[in-house]
Design a binder for this molecule. Sequence first.
Ligand SMILES: [Zn+2]
Length: 388
Amino acid sequence: MIIISKPKLEEKDDKVILSVDFEIEGGKKKLWYSFSSNYKEYLVVEQVDAFVVGLLFLGLKTGHDLKLEGPISARLFYSLNHYLIDAFCLVNPNYKRIKVIPSSLSTSDFNVANTAGTGLSCGIDSFATYFDHNDEVSPYLIEYFTFFNVGSHGDKGGDKARKIFSERFINVSQFAEKVNREVITVDSNLSEILQMKFQETYNLRTISCALLLQKLFKNYYYSSGTRFDHFAFNNKEIADLDMLIIPNLSTESTTFFVSALKYSRIDRTKLISEFTQTYEHLDVCTHPYIEGRDEINCSECYKCQRTMLTLEILGKLECYAKVFDLDKFRKNKKEYIGWLLSKKKKLTLDRELIRVIKEMKQIDSEIYFYMIKNMLYRQKLKLKKIFN
Ligand SMILES: [Zn+2]
């Protein structure tokens, strides 16, 4: 059993820290989230919603029920018991079917600010979410960005992830300033506690932070890389399940949406490339920025290459010359396409891009050479495995 206490709020200099103590296997631990004190009035201390969502994977992984000593949103509790826990167990057979045991259920609506927010990483999906809501009015217009340190800067957290978090924040805050929005940053020790792969757990980590701000957000948009028709129970790409998971985390105060579901990756890239504010801030790279590099993006990892190729197909690559090394792209382009075509496990996004490349009839002998080279290399590795 994991016993979760009532939330506590502490103030330290210009920060507020919201935390719960919890007990697991006889040991006592603390899960905390830290905010700028500017947002103190919007923090939910009355309910344990955020902490339950944050610790749910720990329960699913270890098979411990979650026993709550503070109230939980009745709507969230209903969704957990009727949909969410079963969905997670269905997608991942290693999870155990646990119970959430509440002390009391609350139907209070805490929301006071009646506004909307979304996470901003300056990647394709978060930009697409922002620009897709340009013409909305309150409470659907995005008035705040969030930027969380709950695993996207390093699965297991710690000082290294915290350093990348603050470095990436520079670009995020510069973009936010250009479009005249505030960024709410949240630091947390959730990664250190979960010790799980970010790729398998990111959705609940993010929503856990947003649930602390239920007084601020009437609506919160979650940017997922998927389109409606990608929906699937697939433990290799759990993002394909987001459109079921995310809305079911809504409470009486805050509604969660998976945004931009109508767009494919190429559609999203096209959408954002129509806005000049993205030209100096697009950040898609899997490698953290290293000091001394001229561009935010390494221009070598698969995400950089995929984005640059898409932008080139759309005729927009030159617009992003400040954030990508275009010479590096041109040098490696054919090798990248060869690698993409020869990939054994193709992601949905890979297949979409391949379809366009094939339609454009851009595959020449040099690309075939790299394709065959990759296939032979894989065969070699396979043989090596057999003979060892
Ligand atoms: Zn990169």
